[in-house]
Design a protein around this ligand. Sequence first.
Ligand SMILES: *Cc1c(COP(=O)(O)O)cnc(C)c1O
Length: 432
Amino acid sequence: MKENARNRERNIYGLLGLSDAVQALGEQAERGLADRFAAIDGTAAYNQAKVLLAMREHRVDEGCLTGTTGYGHDDKGRDTLEAVYASVFGTEAALVRGHLTCGTHALAVALSANLLPGDELYSPVGRPYDTLEEVIGIRDCACSLKEYGVTYRETGLLPDGGFDYEGIKNAIGDRTRLVTIQRSKGYRLRPSFSVDEIGGLIAFIRSIKPDVTVMVDNCYGEFTERIEPSEVGADMIVGSLIKNPGGGLAPTGGYIAGTKRCIERCHYRLSAPGVGQDVGASLELSRSLYQGFFLAPTVVAGALKGAILAAAVYEKLGFGVLPASAEERHDIIQCISLGSKEAMCAFCEGVQAAAPVDSYVTPVPSPIPGYADEVIMAAGAFVQGSSIELSADGPIRPPYAVYYQGGLTYAHARIGVLMSVQKLLDAGLISL
Ligand SMILES: *Cc1c(COP(=O)(O)O)cnc(C)c1O
């Protein structure tokens, strides 16, 4: 780059608060990532074509983009969107609604719709996401599955992060009705699983018990690969629209895609038995859900690149990162073990300072419903709590790992990563 062009760049980033040393670190880390980034663009192009094909196949038109009120009978936009999701995810049916208030709600609907008293829910990949502990009844809560007579069992991963096939074989029994597999690491220090790995695990489980229902918690995984877990044997995949598939535009909602049998039950659980999918006014939501889904493959690509840059930068600084910058990605989460509460706070201050909304706010750890530990969150998003937008969070507990994700564009994610480094530097927690 010409010297004065470089100076101009340094100046604009300087105005954002990034020192020359931090910018140089970012440039250095970025230099080695060109091939990774090209591969991610290839996946985004493939998935873009997949979404476009589905929208053509289902003849999405202007009439789909406006909504209904009241009961929402004959809501063409809502019904067509569900068909589009089903096509893209390779399933018979889907439930895609703003009425699903968040990912946890979508998962709770999928579980409670497909488990009956006396059944056992089983996780072969260890403890599920924090908020599901109350849904399942691992932590007591009114209306948990446990209260309705559904028991729960789990088998942890092996120390190397692999599946414990022997343990899984022994744990599956007569009452095992539904198997839940979480694709992304969530707030845990473990690898996220590739769709292929999930497919292998499902095949193994079906070889023991062919008729078991398999649900995959797909949060943060959508569009990071060319196929989804529903294409390798999962009966249901479940996720949040303020993560990957909402593309940053969906203001709320969740989805469940899967077999007709499972999804019909989910519709009955979400609304009412007998009424099912025929009700549910989409109000003014449809346009942003379509447009967000359309953008999602490229938005996810930007977030993946940001996560890889974060890994590369923090590796250089000597912190533990999961996954490593050179590893394959199966979700958009980057975990960085920062070793102290102070470093978690500084990191989140940096991400917050890079936010387009609420950039002047200082994030502080606080209790959050559904989580056992205090959580710190940096999120200055156009959609409240949206974690496909630039965000970082983590429970305040050893090893003080922060989970960084999102960024609607790579250019923005890059600034967020470097601002986090800057705040650690300013707080005297690292030196460059
Ligand atoms: C985010 C997340 C959830 C819960 O989603 P919310 O929308 O926060 O309720 C569940 N599982 C995983 C793996 C997640 O990342």
